[in-house]
Design a protein around this ligand. Structure first.
Ligand SMILES: Cc1cc2nc3c(=O)[nH]c(=O)nc-3n(C[C@H](O)[C@H](O)[C@H](O)COP(=O)(O)OP(=O)(O)OC[C@H]3O[C@@H](n4cnc5c(N)ncnc54)[C@H](O)[C@@H]3O)c2cc1C
Length: 402
């Protein structure tokens, strides 16, 4: 472990939360040792949306300049009717930087992870160990020990603080309650731009946009990734729990049946006969942040939320920044600082979860509720709809409120 004079932060998990925390803590003067059970970081996964509340923080860390070549900055957020393809509202994102202080971008998860990773690798205060599974931890008076399994052998590492960033299926979270199945499935697919059906391109007017297609009991999200060379699609339906993996292949016929009454723009994408991954969405009834004065949960391990507000990765980034901002190098101040962190994040995550629940209700509505929703979109100016998002996108997790 490098630079022993600085307090050491042990991080279990090198996903979005763990890698962001490594950078945020190293920048504050801590020494960081991060462990991930994966032998290498691979291309598993699909697209992610990063709203300005997240990209502002990534800019501060120097990660955006690495991510930008592969990310896409959409011009607009379109809400469309799934059956008619009619645009219910179109919100321009051109003024995102002016309005919220940073761009709205979409990218592949693997591109974000590698931008974070290469920034970490340039920082002498961060050590990353892959193929190391965090199995348990033990607290002592002045330190915390993490047991890590590598090639079947257990090794113990001591630090001042342990961050549990090991995702929705967190081992370190145990014995806190496990996440619950939300009843919804995210089907995911990436398609090369050259293979996209004309019906889809026409329906979005060839725009570089995030489009959300709404319908009874299901919706469909589309946006470009990989510098615009590919498109990411997410179909949200009801469904059953399968296993806990990011690369299980879904039953294509089932997906076709789910969207059989939808507009050809969507049906043609599903008809491409490609392999959709099938990811049951889990959520935690209650978030848990600070477990003790030496152990904190971050990201999905703390508060897995459904993706309806498109803020999963953004919340992991905010958690990491906010915690580093709260904790001074002097450990005597940590109990008070952690109390304040807990209150701040609880309030924020609850607000975002509420917005997600609202989006789910609005996106999947049918009958008179859908008609009322469409009327609201018609009556309300796009400017007014954007201002409804100010509290979410202009939030500054790196500034303490008290
Ligand atoms: C492989 C993968 C693909 C994903 N694809 C998408 C996607 O396409 N779209 C989307 O919206 N979200 C995706 N997600 C989830 C998304 O990244 C998270 O919801 C969000 O970014 C919060 O990040 P997180 O760091 O809390 O968790 P995650 O991003 O899930 O990261 C958790 C990390 O912890 C590691 N880990 C787990 N257990 C242990 C352990 N015991 N010891 C050490 N390391 C451990 C994992 O290998 C992983 O790197 C994916 C997650 C994973 C792991």
């Amino acid at each position: 472990m490098k630079n022993t004079a600085k307090p050491t932060v042990l991080i279990a998990g090198g996903g979005v939360a763990g890698l962001t925390a490594a950078l945020a803590f190293a920048n504050k003067g801590f020494s960081v040792c991060l462990f991930d059970k994966a032998a290498e970081f691979s291309e598993v996964g699909a697209g992610l949306q990063l709203a300005p509340n997240a990209t502002r923080l990534l800019q501060r860390l120097g990660v955006m300049e690495k991510l930008s070549p592969s990310a896409v900055t959409p011009q607009a957020l379109l809400l469309k009717d799934g059956k008619s393809a009619k645009t219910l509202t179109s919100m321009s994102l051109d003024a995102a930087v002016h309005r919220w202080g940073a761009p709205y971008v979409v990218c592949h998860r693997a591109d974000l992870q590698s931008a974070l990773l290469s920034t970490c690798q340039n920082n002498p205060d961060i050590t990353i160990r892959l193929g190391c599974e965090a199995v348990q931890f033990q607290e002592h008076t002045n330190l915390i020990s993490l047991t890590v399994r590598h090639n079947g052998l257990d090794e113990q590492f001591d630090g001042a603080l342990l961050l549990g960033c090991d995702g929705v299926w967190s081992k370190l979270r145990h014995p806190l309650p496990a996440p619950e199945f939300s009843g919804h499935i995210a089907w995911r697919l990436s398609v090369e731009k050259a293979d996209l059906p004309q019906s889809f391109l026409q329906a979005i007017n060839q725009q570089t946009a995030v489009s959300a297609w709404l319908g009874a009991d299901r919706h469909f999200i589309a946006y470009p990734v990989k510098a615009g060379s590919a498109y990411n699609f997410v179909a949200i339906t009801r469904g059953q729990v399968s296993d806990k993996s990011w690369d299980k292949i879904g039953d294509h016929q089932k997906l076709k049946a789910e969207y059989q009454k939808w507009h050809p723009a969507i049906r043609d994408i599903i008809a491409l006969n490609k392999q959709w991954t099938y990811w049951p969405l889990f959520q935690m009834a209650e978030p848990h942040f600070v477990v003790s004065n030496r152990f904190v949960l971050l990201g999905d391990a703390s508060h897995a939320v459904t993706p309806f507000a498109a803020q999963g990765a953004a919340m992991a980034i905010e958690d990491a920044f906010s915690l580093a901002e709260h904790l001074p190098l002097n450990q005597n101040f940590w109990p008070q600082a952690l109390k304040s962190y807990n209150v701040t994040r609880l309030k924020r995550i609850q607000s975002v979860a509420k917005r997600g629940a609202f989006n789910k209700f609005a996106y999947n509505a049918s009958g008179p509720i859908a008609l009322a929703r469409n009327l609201v979109f018609k009556m309300r100016s796009p400017e007014r709809l954007l201002s409804d998002l100010d509290w979410l996108y202009a939030y500054k997790a790196d500034q303490r409120s008290e």
